[in-house]
Design a binder for this molecule. Structure first.
Ligand code: PRX
Length: 650
């Protein structure tokens, strides 16, 4: 066995796992040889109002990217996530809400019956406000139960939700409200997080100043903190009290949009990724069950925020479609102390725990004692998502958190893919620390030669990761811009979905993600386009030009490194550095704040004026011995200046 093979399953009962190694091989083959038969069968895990007769109708052909699954079936996502469970598990907890501060709020256990009541009430509030099937609703909420109610209420009446992470700025929120022409924004007075409060309502007010006058605003009074109240505002909880607790679910086509979620790309402003109803839910539900080896009675905790796709698929839609108990956490891993995750796992008897490498690294740094204080014996499966996990963090997660008995599923996927794409399966895969390993059912990864686009066959190879055929959870389009969808994902390598990631297929045929090959950076598992940060920087009056790249960061995975050329007459200073970082923070949100700002009298450009980002990346990585050919630069001397004045990364 190669030395990086690892089987931590000494205490994991593989005999009860949904899939073993042979089962995986068999099912995977079946899924790619006859997708219609495989997914036709899997589709039955949902309740359909009109059963589908067609399963897969997809084309990756240039100029005709068209993706439809179960297209003649009809269903309702909220009915699948709530109503169908009422008879058998009405009194079972659907959502455990864990507040930020246990000193001021108590956890809530919301049963499926209570969830039905709340979601129907909120759906009726939306209807009363004039929201109709197909309308867009922007959700800008903390991690409170109302966020899940709002998602499901939209799904119930056929409205399309677009969640904006509560850490985004008023400008970013405004762009997303305008981008999908939303009729309504649902927000809260304040978002408590880590003992601090973000003024969401005030942010929403600022954003709405830039939006059409007829956008309404539904406000959840979360903290009761002071907010201004305008003519467009409605009190969400008060209206829910008065509303009826019955609301029949709308019959939706399988290909009707369920949600839009904005995500960063390598160029331009974020795009609205569109996911639809039937295929998305089948995929979220199946991956949740198989990848986390979910069984009745388990308590599943995904620590993500519903502002990201991970929260959509693995806090709300996947677990609830499966009738699970899902934990929704309002806070942060280190508040009130670095034991918060583990104390919460013990208190709720969490069986599956799913988090990001950045959190694991931060908690590893806080020391083992924080983990050892708590009884984590209920844990069976651990998950990782959002960025490559380094073997050191993997081993700590495995040994200290999992006690060497919980398989770790390192799940590679994207906002665009709706659910897991490459991942080990508990009990079926011999684990390798740091590898996403093998494709989920129906996923056909290929490794391409980056420049020629030729398929690289065989093992022990490296290239860019593409997917050869459609899977049900795939995004269908970019909201309002199908041409951008085709160009972004199918423009570089005809006939293939291009992930934007590089990968290696090792000697055993296992996949390792090597990171983005485009201008997207991954900061603490949050995806950020360098172009977005650059355009925020150049919007500052003192900045003439800016180029932004990622650099390796011990905890965040990648940090943001900005090269800034100031306007003539502006003096560089530490105060200005801080001013620019704070400016970006205000323009986009705290996650976009540059970690390092280097003054660059000039940027390395080709004679045609294109910035050679490869060089900037190398300097930021402190790898300037390998700058490659700089002879095509208009002025090669700028490189020496940048190297001499590079920022100290410690
Ligand atoms: O680069 C990959 C990285 O995160 C990107 C997708 O980001 P986002 O759309 O925000 O979705 C994150 C959560 C699904 C990918 O292109 N990524 C995600 N998971 C992994 C990963 N990189 C390595 N290993 C992973 N497990």
């Amino acid at each position: 066995m190669p030395k990086d093979h690892h089987t931590p399953s000494s205490g994991f009962d593989a005999s009860t796992a949904h899939v073993d190694a042979d089962g995986y091989a068999r099912m995977y083959q079946a899924s790619v040889q006859d997708p219609d038969a495989f997914w036709g069968e899997q589709g039955k895990r949902l309740d359909w109002m009109t059963p589908y007769t067609k399963v897969k109708n997809t084309s990756f052909a240039p100029g005709n990217i068209d993706i439809r699954w179960f297209e003649d079936g009809t269903l309702n996502v909220a009915a699948n996530c709530i109503d169908r469970h009422l008879e058998t598990r009405g009194d079972q907890t659907a959502i455990i809400w864990e507040p930020d501060d246990l000193g001021t709020d108590a956890p809530q256990h919301i049963t499926y019956r209570q969830l039905h009541d709340k979601v129907c009430r909120m759906a009726n509030v939306l209807l009363d406000l004039g929201v109709e099937k197909g309308d867009r609703v922007v959700i800008y909420l903390p991690m409170i139960p109302e966020a899940a109610y709002a998602m499901l209420a939209c799904a119930r009446i056929g409205a399309i939700h677009s969640i904006v992470f509560a850490g985004f700025s008023p400008d970013a929120l405004a762009a997303r409200i305008q981008g999908c022409d939303a009729k309504l924004v649902i927000t809260a007075d304040e978002a408590p997080r880590g003992g601090r409060k973000t003024p969401l309502k005030s942010n929403a007010d600022q954003a709405l100043l830039h939006c059409k006058d007829d956008v309404s605003c539904l406000v959840v009074k979360r903290t009761g903190g002071q907010t201004t109240w305008t003519a467009r505002d409605r009190d969400c909880l008060a209206l829910m009290e008065e509303a009826s607790d019955e609301c029949p679910p709308e019959e939706m086509g399988a290909e009707d949009p369920l949600f839009i979620l904005y995500t960063s790309g390598s160029t331009g402003q974020p795009k609205g990724v569109v996911h639809t109803t039937g295929g998305y839910l089948v995929y979220a539900s199946l991956t949740h069950e198989i990848v986390f080896d979910y069984h009745e009675g388990d308590v599943f905790w995904c620590t993500a925020d519903v502002g990201w796709v991970t929260g959509h698929s693995y806090i709300v839609y996947g677990p609830l479609a499966n009738g699970a108990t899902t934990v929704m956490f309002e806070g942060v891993p280190t508040y009130p102390d670095a034991g918060r995750f583990w104390e919460t796992c013990e208190r709720h008897g969490v069986t599956q725990f799913y988090t990001a490498p950045t959190a694991i690294r931060a908690l590893m740094g806080a020391g083992d004692d924080w983990v050892k204080k708590y009884d984590l014996s209920a844990l069976r499966v651990l998950g990782s998502v959002g960025e490559p996990i380094n073997p050191e963090a993997w081993n700590w997660y495995n040994e200290v958190v999992g006690g060497g008995r919980c398989p770790i599923v390192d799940t590679f996927w994207q906002t665009e893919t709706g659910g897991h794409m490459l991942t080990p399966l508990p009990g079926a895969t011999k684990l390798k620390p740091g590898a996403a390993q093998q494709p989920f059912f129906g996923v056909q990864p290929v490794v391409l030669e980056p420049t020629s686009g030729k398929v690289i066959e065989g093992n022990d190879v490296e290239g860019v990761l593409c997917i050869a055929d459609s899977w049900p959870g795939q995004m269908r389009t970019v909201w309002g811009d199908h041409a951008r969808f085709e160009k972004t994902y199918f423009g570089d390598y005809a006939g293939y979905y291009f992930s934007g990631d590089g990968c290696r297929r090792d000697a055993d045929g296992d996949y390792w993600i090597t990171g983005r090959v485009d201008d997207v950076i991954n900061v603490s598992g949050h995806r950020m386009g360098t172009a977005e940060v650059e355009s925020a920087l150049v919007a500052h009056e003192k900045v003439a030009e800016a180029a932004v790249v990622g650099y390796p960061h011990d905890v965040k995975g990648q940090g943001i490194y900005a090269y800034v050329t100031l306007m003539d007459g502006q003096e560089p200073s530490d105060a200005l550095r801080k001013e620019l970082s704070d400016w970006v923070r205000a323009e986009i949100g705290p996650i976009a704040k540059p970690d390092l700002v280097q003054w660059a009298p000039g940027l390395p450009k080709t004679r045609s004026g294109k910035i050679m980002r490869r060089i900037l990346r190398k300097i930021a990585e402190d790898d300037f011995g390998a700058l490659g050919d700089t002879s095509t630069l208009a002025d090669p001397s700028v490189v020496d200046d940048l190297i001499a004045n590079r920022m100290n990364r410690t």
